[in-house]
Design a binder for this molecule. Structure first.
Ligand code: ATP
Length: 300
């Protein structure tokens, strides 16, 4: 399949500081990609380069067949961006903000503003000044603003910062639904890994200015998680520190933790346990995005 975004050998420095170094990155159309990395890794810089706001020194970039460095205006016509500041006018109402930006973006569809106010549950607050909006409402309005011109690609820099768990769930589910309904490609930067895990199709890890790893959770798991720790809810109570040769320990009432060389040993363990005891659940404890993130970064 051809890539919607293809980056090869990208370099960017600010003065003496090299921020991005030999970045290679690919995204398929319609994918939601999580861009992860520690503070200062270069995520925002990378997004600004992809969106044509700043230029790299070296490397090739094609986004929908266009080079952002020379075709920034064309790229921004097909992209939406949500950053921390969001660029909303606080003295104006939500509806007035969207109407103003719709005009600036040349949106001709007269129903688009109402459609987005409905989609993001903001209709009730449409006439309230944005300065009086809650953080969650502002985030939803920023997303609505970014989607006014029906972009093919959406760049989101920390879209759930400052939101409570309800707000986070709401924003992420809007995003996922929107992506599924429209096939919009989404690049999302966040430090909250368990949130990304629920909505992203694949992940790219930026470390020391380069993409240290990119893939789906299954691909990353196959590469980084060989040894697995499983938590089993069962009435089985081990009398020894090993069971069927696997190290085990009691974690709490009806929970036993087993260390297995690979996930292919899980069926063998379960068949053994089920001969004598019921098993209510089995959870792998070390194959989540956060565990993989630390492995990619070289932590044990
Ligand atoms: N306009 C600029 N001029 C000089 N240095 C910059 C500029 N923009 C970014 N940097 C530097 O580039 C490095 C990467 O910054 P960037 O904002 O891209 O990182 P980030 O991964 O998005 O970080 P965070 O997770 O904290 O948002 C930092 O050291 C930053 O100080």
């Amino acid at each position: 399949m051809t890539s919607f975004i293809k980056v090869e050998g990208l370099y960017k420095s600010f003065g003496q500081q090299t921020v991005l170094e030999n970045v290679n990155f690919r995204v398929k159309k319609g994918e939601i990609v999580g861009l992860l990395g520690p503070n200062g890794a270069g995520k925002t810089t990378f997004i600004r380069i992809l969106n044509g706001v700043i230029k790299p020194e070296k490397g090739s970039i094609l986004l929908n067949g266009m080079d952002p460095a020379s075709r920034g205006d064309a790229i921004r016509k097909i992209s939406g961006i949500v950053t921390e500041s969001a660029g909303l006018y606080h003295q104006m109402s939500g509806k007035e903000n969207l109407e103003l930006f719709a005009e600036l973006y040349g949106v001709t569809d007269k129903n688009r503003v109402t459609e987005l106010l409905d989609l993001f549950d903001l209709n009730e607050h449409r006439d309230k000044p944005v300065g009086k909006y809650s953080t969650g409402m502002k985030k939803r309005l920023a997303l609505a603003k970014a989607l006014l011109h029906k972009p093919d690609i959406l760049f989101l820099d920390e879209p759930t910062n400052g939101l409570d768990p309800d707000g986070i769930r709401m924003v992420l589910s809007y995003l996922k639904n929107y992506n599924q309904e429209t096939g919009t490609t989404v690049i999302i930067c966040s430090h909250v890994l368990h949130q990304l895990e629920t909505i992203c199709d694949s992940f790219a890890f930026i470390d020391n200015g380069t993409i240290a790893e990119q893939g789906t959770l299954i691909e990353l798991e196959d590469k980084y998680v060989q040894h697995v720790t499983v938590k089993v809810k069962t009435t089985f109570k081990p009398k020894e520190k090993h069971y069927l040769g696997f190290p085990c320990r009691v974690l709490g009432e009806s929970i036993v933790v087993f260390d297995l060389p690979t996930k292919n040993d899980i069926p063998h363990l379960l068949i053994g346990l089920l001969k004598t005891n019921p098993v209510y659940s089995v959870t792998i404890m070390n194959n989540d995005l956060q565990s993989i993130y630390f492995k990619v970064r070289g932590y044990k």
